[in-house]
Structures are given as structure tokens and as C-alpha cells.
Design a protein around this ligand. Sequence first.
Ligand code: 26Y
Length: 825
Amino acid sequence: MTEARPRLRRTVGDSLEDFERDLISNLYYQRGTTIESASGPDGYHTLAVTVRDRLVDRYARTAAAHYAANPRFVYYLSAEYLLGRQLRQNLLYTDTERWVRPIAEDLGVSLEALEVYDVEPGLGNGGLGRLAACLLDSMATLDIPAVGYGIRYEFGIFKQTFRDGQQVERPDDWTFYGNPWEFPAPDDRQLVGFYGTTKADPKDPTGLKKHWVPGETVRGEPSHMLVPGYGTQTVNIIRLWQARASRESFDLARFGVGQYVEAVDDIVKAENISKVLYPDDSTELGRELRLKQQYFLVACSLRDIIRRYRLRNSGWEGFADKVVIQLNDTHPVVAVTELMRLLVDEHGVGWDEAWSITRRTFNYTCHTLLPEALETWPVRLLERLLPRHMEIIYAINHFFLEEVRAAYPGDEDVVRRMSVIQEGDERRVRMAHLAVVGSTAVNGVAELHTKLLAETTLHDFATLWPERFHNVTNGVTPRRFLRMANPRLSTLITESLGDEGWLTDLERLHGLGTAADDPAFRAAWRDVKRQNKVELAAAVERSTGVLIDPDALADVMIKRFHEYKRQQLKLLHVITMVNRIRADPQATYVPRTVLFGGKAAPGYHAMKLLIQLVNAVADVVNTDPVIARHLRVVFPPDYNVTKAQFVIPAADLSEQISLAGKEASGTGNMKLALNGALTIGTLDGANIEIRDRVGADNFFLFGMDAPAAAALRRSGYSPRSFYEADFELRLAVDTIASGAFAKGDRSVFAPVVDAMLGRDEYMALADYRAYVDCQDTVAEAWTDTERWTRMSVLNTARCGFFSSDRTVREYCAQIWKVDPVRVSP
Ligand code: 26Y
């Protein structure tokens, strides 16, 4: 392939008339229907492909430009992507909304009505998956040649519903209406092996080269979705693999002898690999199928990367100059051994050269500090599922430990700590260690996180190889989380700054700093927030039946439910407000709406019970006429990217209250501050960097810092002593224990109380007083409307740093060493 021949390329027209003609043609020829008889899904699908087609030409030119330049490519390997809805984004990125509005009006349909069929692909759990989507958006926007690789789960993250306040999970059949955004590419399918045996290569004197005969093969079929850049011609792709039964994987003969069901059984087994996303966030869960998914992603993607490399290059010496692979957490880390296997066993590269190529190709991003989230796989499982990979891990570890012994002669303790193999009753492979050993660069996702990684979890590695450790603070895309989510604020910002340049140069928001002192601007700012709250109120009423007051302080806690994030602390504050109102109903209170959003892992019983408690508290609060005058608690179910885009623009207060030292970064904190919410938070993750930038006066800080939390734990933390010493805390805990939120039944929420008074693993009780006092400061600040608005404006003005464009620039400069490739119009 050289420059695509223009004659073979069809370009779509660039006018309203062209768009309208294509729309009607697509409806007719792709859906086989007419304007008169089209259904909602017909309308949505047709609009989607018509918009999508406007990106195809840009994609073709991107591919041609990349082919001509033969640049170094970034390959982002991630088990999760949370892309969000596609239609609005692509309308914005193709600048076609201005046509769609009048055409839709003409036809008597609304964009909003069609959008209900725009189901977001929920191919991830939370922060890590959304970060992957933000980074891909920024890479395309910055013209970085990149491909994202992932799994096309048939069922994404479960849909959350509530029954009697309890979380009930329902399958997410996200492709039910078809997915108009993807292009299947069956020609690029790959075969992936599992199980089987390995054989020595008699001609290899080193014994390091082997031959693997898999016992089972599965086919990986790719499809890709387009990832357009904003304000540029570049359109990159994300390639998602789906597992299909390979012809070899089941015995066709069985059909012949009537064993139809048994034969189909094997098909089902193979296709199970990409059936469902594991709905776990930060708790390790060693399931064979999960490891199969990981290897499936890796094996398909590496073969595809090599195929692409070979289109323009030959030999292996130059591989790492053209290919850089970013490992999104440990989930794809088996790639290190797979690349070694491909090079040594299949391509005859010597071990040392293969290792040098491999190490120069990979980089690893760590997203956690929680020990239980660090993946390890049983040696026995790896030996069975991926026998050759286990051998390679042993060899890698052997050479690595030689290096460790050379660096620390006689210190077998450090050898045991650093080994890729964790010894014990059940020997396990530490994937994070394998990742560090096999990578050029390792990065944490916020300054504190990187520092703690180097001091604790990966301390020995940071001592041995300090040059490998980097920090790249996370970021979020301002296109989706400001421009699309908050069009009103975006318009106001553009009016104030004079043009839309801030959308790709977010530091320009600093220009709002002076406007913060202009009373007219502040009034306009407040007006936008209020309109956003009116809209949110309508949506909340539809989904929960609860009316909320758009003039109340909107206090939001939106994130996965996890003990370390401390929703239980927020709840203690809510209950304290309830108790205060009950004690003195005549006093004046700052009206508040507390909004919760988030899912708990289906097997995380403690958090599911907490969800039930939030709903029970909400019921009591919202139906008590005295309390409901001052306070409302709402918990719209099924928080996802789409809902985030509704809630974030309406928030006044952003709850970022994790125990210091536990939240790696957080990215919701950035989205909320960027939309003018003030943060109440601990010195954790990126909160610290947000506060540094917006200024201590514009941030509500409370609680222990990471060293204080560590010290308290070492000194033997006793939650009970905090409970006994604080009247309001005792009352709040006792209110739960009394059965007040379970119609008098004391047993229902007893485990919540026991967890608080027993271990209180994340020391919520220790931070309670500081938190509640800080919330009083928040309420006080809210009464000074002008000052609050000024703080809100300054939060937005000073959060330009948290653009994922800046994050990607840092990855490019520090880690990837890639240059942009411009695509001409
Ligand atoms: C191993 C498996 C059970 C697993 C699955 C998903 C482990 C972890 C995860 C997801 C982790 C995650 O989302 N981490 C978050 O990454 C964000 C992006 O860097 C951070 O902002 C956030 O602090 C971190 O919790």
C-alpha cells in the first residue's frame, strides 16, 4: 500500500444537503426502511453511520500518512475502556451538529430522543478504563500515531438496579441494537493457543528455545472503533478482540456422529473468553477465565503489532524503535513473556537480543497501592494454561535474580522480596514484578502515588533501578468533560476568553482568573450552574422520584463503592446532619442535596450492604417532612460515563475523602474541579496537586495525611476510642445500630456498625471530627454566594493542568519518545 489512490476513495460531501441526502440513503439502503416507517433505533443507527462516514475519510488519510512516515507507534494495551456515548462526541468532532439539528427538526425528531439508543460501551470498571479513553482522545488530538488494544466484551459492566434499596446486577447487553460505530475486520483475525506441552529444540544448545504445542486454540476476531482527534485530521483506532471458536478447536467429526450438543459445547467454551468483563475494581480475583482473557488480549494484539511492523520494516533490531507498548496496569503483563516467546521460539532471535528488544518495547503504568489489588497468579495455573510462558518466566527470573545477587552479594532477603515468584504454600507469579523487570519505564499516576510506590510497594526496584521510575499525573479530556458535558459553561468560557482555543490548550483557562472578580461574570457563572442543576433535578426525579431543590448545595460523591474511598464517612456526616436537624428543627441550616453514584463489585458484600444503607438513609431523609426541608439524599442507580456527564456540571461540592495514601490519583476529582465544583478532600492522590494549583483558600482540606495515617495504624488504631470520645460520632453510629434505617430491625445494618467499631480498616472514625467540622466550614462558605462563586471560577481557571493532553505530552516526552505525524486535510 502506498498513498491511497484518490479514485478509489470516496469522500463524503461537505454540506447540509450532502448530509441530508446521505442520511436518507443510509436509512433506505442500510436499514431498508423509509422516513415514514423508521423506528427510533433505525433513526439512531442511520444518523450514527452518516456521522461515522464523515470520519472514514480522515481515517484513510491518517493511515496513509502513518504509512508514509513509518513513525514510532504507541500501542496502548488495556483490559478496560470506558469510552462513553459516541454520537455527541462524533457530531462535535466532525462539526455536523449544526446540520443535524435543522434536519432533525424538519423530520420532527429530536437529537435527545434518538440519543436514548446511544448505549455507552461499558467495557471497564472505573477510573482505569476511563483514563484509557481520555488518553486515546488526547493522543489523537495531539496527532500521536497510536492504537488502543482491548477486548470486545459481549457484556460490559453490569447494569445496577435497586430492589428494596439493594443493588441488583443485570447483564449489560450493549450491542442489542447493533453497534454502528465499529468496523469488523475478520481478515486480521489471529489464532491463540492455550494449554498443551512444550518440547525442547534439539538444535538449541542454550536450552532457552522451545516449541509449544497448544492443546486448544481460539480465534480472535478484531473490530475497530474510530478515535478522532479534536481540531485535527487524525483519526486513530481502538482495536477490540472477540473470541470465536477456531475450526481446529472442536471436533467437526462429532457433528457427523450425532454429538451435536457436545460439539457446540466447545464453541461455547471458546467464545466464553470474551463473554463478560470482570466487574471487580481493585480486589484481586484469581479466576482461570480472567487469565485466559488477559492472554487472549495480549496474544492477538502482539501478533497484530508485529503484522503492522512488518508492513514497513524488516529484521528485529529496529522493532523497539518503531513499537512502544504501554501496559495499563498488570492486566496485560503476560505480554512480556509472549513477546519473548514469539521472538525466541517462533522467530529464532537469541535470548539476549530478544530480552533487550522486549525490555525496550514495554512500559508499565501502576494504578494502585492496595496490596490486594496487585495481581499474582498461581504457578500451577500458569503451568497448565500457559506452560511455555511459565518456563519463560522462570528464565527471566533466573537472569534477573543473578543481577540482584550481583548488586547485593549475600543478601538472600532482598532476593526473596524481589523475586518474580512469591514462595509459600502456593507459589505465585507477581505480575507487578514481572512488569517492572520487563519494562523501560514504570510510572505512577499522581505525585504522591509515585512517591509511595517507590517508598513501599516497589521500594526494592526503585532502589535498584531509580532511572526506571517516573510520575505522570493523570488527566481528563476537556472535550468530553467540559465541552460536551457542560455546553453552557463552555459557551461562557469561550465568550470570556474570546475563542475556543482553550479546548486544546487548557492552561488558557487561567484567563478566567480576572473574570472571577467581575460581579457580572460571576452572576452568569452562577446562572449556568443553576440551569445545570435544574436539568439534573429533572433527571433525578425521573430516575428516583425524589424532588431536589436546584438552589440547595449539590454535594456529590460519585465513584465506585470501596471501603478505602470511604462512602461510610460521608454517610456518617449525612446522619449527623439528620441528628442535628432532629435535635433542633427550628435552627437554620444550609439546604443540601447529597448525591451518591457508584457500583459495588457483585461479590463485595460489605459495600453492597453500604449501598443498601445509603438507600435506607435516603428514604428516611426524603420522607421526613422536617428533615427533607433542609436535606435530600439521592442515589440514581447505574452510575456510568453518561450519568457522569449529567452530574458533574451540576455539582457544587466534590467529595474526595479517601484515606490518605490509598487513592492512587482519582480523576473524578479533576472533572468536578474543572466544572467549578469545590473539593472537600484529604491529602490523597491528585487532590494534593489540585489543591496546589487552585490554592489552599479554594479547597476544603481535612483529615490525616499519609504519614499520619500510617503512624496511627502502627500505633495500634482503635476506632472505639474515637467513638467514645465524640458525642456526635457516637450518636451517628448508634443511630445506625438502633435500626432507625431498617424499620427498627437492629440486625440488618449490624455488620456496618461492627465493621466501623471493630476494624475500621480505613480509619473513617479517626477522620470523622475533622471531616464534619470541615463540612461546617463548607456550609458557612456557601452562605457567602459571591465568595463561593469566585472560588468556583478559580477552580476552573486553575485546573488546566489536568487536561489529558498534558498527560499525553508528558508520556511522549518522558516515556514514549514519539513524535506527532500531521495528517493533511
Ligand atoms: C486485578 C483486577 C481485579 C482489577 C481490575 C480493575 C484491579 C484493578 C482494577 C481497576 C483499577 C482502577 O480503576 N484504578 C484507578 O485508576 C485510576 C486511573 O489511574 C486512578 O485515578 C484511581 O485512583 C485508581 O483507583
